[in-house]
Design a protein around this ligand. Structure first.
Ligand SMILES: [Mg+2]
Length: 302
């Protein structure tokens, strides 16, 4: 498969070869890249960009909760940056430190203006407003990308993910559904010899995950024959938006989740017995694994 085939046309005209369709997220779902990207690339750069070294451990603890262990897992980086600072600012230890924590009022205005939350729109806004804050956010984000390219390499799939993808490829039409740039996705799936197991790769260039599933599957499969596999609430939303089913890869229990999928859940999906109590029990466990309240906030309220 060449790069040019992973486009909107291909996605819209995928001809069903099977009665069932499976969308699979990539980061944090097939590949164990979330921790590495967040801790090694995102968080350290927050500390250095905004001179938060004296409270680095608090910054990291807050950012890890928001980006990896809360309902915000998998959300856009700028939304998570704002949320991290808002949560950090009200932590007693951070307040006592006297270290200035950015308010991000310009970034909040940029987000509220509803532009696409990526570099082109941010760059334009930074230039038009002359905001130093937006320029700093852009510099941070570019540094993050450079670090990801340099540091995140040869990350293998989670245990049981390859076996699961092999099983899926034999009985369903599968595509990768992701918000990562296409080029990175192709590199990661190719270097792990997984690319041939999906019909195509849909990256951030082809729209949201909800749109990917709609374009690829809407009207071609019954809703209960469409399954989305993912590790974040956004993956679940993409399934819900399409009245499709959702299989959660639970953060920190990824291997166990894939093993259950391979040995049990996928067969139920094929047999038409996945929906209902079984799906609900898995989604409830997924929900419980991603709380709204941080551990330190629970302690404060106790
Ligand atoms: Mg993911």
């Amino acid at each position: 498969m060449t790069h040019t085939e992973h486009n909107r046309e291909t996605l819209m005209h995928l001809q069903p070869r099977h009665a069932t369709f499976v969308g699979v997220d990539s980061d944090g779902c097939v590949f164990d890249t979330m921790d590495l990207k967040q801790k090694q690339c995102f968080h350290g750069n927050i500390v250095s960009q905004w001179a938060l070294e004296p409270i680095e451990h608090l910054v990291r603890e807050t950012a890890e909760f928001i980006n990896l262990h809360s309902k915000s897992r998998g959300r856009n980086r700028f939304l998570c940056l704002v949320e991290t600072m808002d949560r950090l600012r009200i932590r007693p230890e951070a307040m006592q430190s006297g270290v200035p924590i950015p308010e991000f009022s310009d970034l909040k205005a940029f987000i509220a203006a509803d532009a696409p939350l990526g570099h082109p729109a941010l760059e334009t806004a930074a230039r038009e407003t002359g905001s130093e804050e937006l320029s700093a956010v852009l510099a941070w984000s570019l540094k993050v990308n450079a670090d990801i390219e340099a540091k995140v390499k040869n990350v293998p799939p989670f245990p049981w993910a390859r076996e699961s993808l092999e099983k899926i490829a034999a009985s369903s039409d599968a595509i990768c559904v992701s918000q990562t740039p296409l080029e990175a996705l192709i590199r990661e799936w190719e270097e792990n010899n997984l690319l041939h197991m999906v019909r195509m790769i849909a990256g951030q260039e082809l729209g949201t995950k909800t749109e990917h599933i709609a374009l690829a599957a809407d009207g071609r499969y019954a809703p209960d024959k469409i399954l989305m596999i993912g590790d974040a609430p956004g993956d679940r939303k993409a399934a819900q938006d399409n009245q499709a089913l959702f299989y959660p890869i639970v953060p920190s229990r990824e291997a166990e989740s894939w093993e259950r999928f391979c040995e049990e859940a996928y067969d139920k999906f094929l047999a038409g017995t996945y929906a209902g109590a079984y799906e609900k029990s898995l989604v409830d466990a997924f929900d419980a694994a991603l709380p709204e309240t941080a551990p330190w906030e629970t302690n404060q309220n106790a």
